[in-house]
Structures are given as structure tokens and as C-alpha cells.
Design a protein around this ligand. Sequence first.
Ligand code: 5GP
Length: 206
Amino acid sequence: MLIISKKGYISILFYYIIIDMNKKLYVISGSSGVGKGTVLKGFLARNPHFMLSISCTTRKPREGEIDGVNYFFLTKEKFQQNIADDKFLEWAEFAGNFYGTKRKYIKQCLEEGKDIILEIDTKGALQVKKQMPEAVLIFICPPSIEALENRLRGRHTEDEETIQKRLNEVKVELERAEKFDYKVVNDELERAISEIEKIIEGESKC
Ligand code: 5GP
């Protein structure tokens, strides 16, 4: 920045932008209905410097969801074009829809020193880990499968066919969760949030 004083002296102020090059990418996954959205919302409210990555999806927006805020809602054709152009860091088909994270978007966020969290399915999380071994994977577990089914039905946002598809995914996801760095049981909201905070605090010191 150039400052010209009354006497005409020119001072140059150097600004050092400190970018933490060791920013880690945190990935949170959990079975549908496990309450990871609520846990994440609580975590983000307590840690506002963290931002949630916005994914692309081919699923239709639910009531109240906004394009560019909750998701980037794409057509199947557009999504497939992005796959062909290798634009995704990871992508997965989940319950009949496609979901994916843009590579460029994540790279840019990390370069800007942002604390970023991805909320994606287990398949996508393991793809991220393959490409970025330093990424930290956290799996949110249900206290039990029955509790998970009750929560999924209680949302009243999916029809029976979709609920069945999602329950079938649960078993597969629990197997994949074995490869995650951490597991957090969502038995009590505040406790689960605190556990994630402790994990992140510990990881940011490594
Ligand atoms: P929903 O349709 O309920 O918003 O999300 C369904 C599933 O897709 C959730 O398990 C969510 O974590 C996952 N998901 C959301 N965005 C992405 C993404 O970018 N990539 C992958 N692999 N999964 C995602």
C-alpha cells in the first residue's frame, strides 16, 4: 500500500498475509438420518471460522434449499460432463442421485487459508483420502441402527422407497467407516460437537 504524507514523503507499508499452508481438510460422513447435519450446524455455530463446502448434486432441491447455498443443483448431463472433464475431487452416486465436490473449489479454499469441512458420503470421503492423505476423516455413528431408522422416518422428507434405499446404504457405510481416522457417536448433541472440536484441535497441532 502507498501512503503519501502532507510533506510529500512516500511510505510503503508492507502487508504480510500469513497463510497457514498446513490447513487440513476435514471430512465428515455419517449414515442418512444419523443427525450429522445437526451436529455440523452446532459445530459451525460454535466455530464460525469454519466453512462448509458446497457440493454439487443432481437431486432435486428440498423445500427451503437454495441453489449455491445448500448445494449447486445440476442436471445429470451437466454433472456427467464435469466427471468427463475431471472436475471433481470426488463424486459418488447415492440413493439414485449424483453428488460431488469440485476440485478447484477445495484447492482455492485451502490456498486462501480457509478452515473447510466437507460433509459427504463415505465413498466420497475415501476417494478424498486417496488423493489427499492428510485429510482427516470423521465418521458420525448412530447410537444404534433402530435409532437411525426412527430418525430417518421422523424427518418426513423422503418416501418409503428412498428410505429403504438409504437403510441399505447404512450397512455398507458402517463397513467403510472402519477406514476413517475417527468415529464419533451421536448419542448426545453437545457431547458429539465437543468431541469433534477436540479432534480438530488435536489435528491442527500435528
Ligand atoms: P442429502 O441428499 O441428504 O443432502 O445427502 C445425501 C448424502 O450425500 C449424504 O450422505 C451426504 O453426506 C452426501 N453428500 C453430499 N454432498 C456430497 C458430495 O459432494 N460428495 C459425496 N460423495 N457425497 C455427498
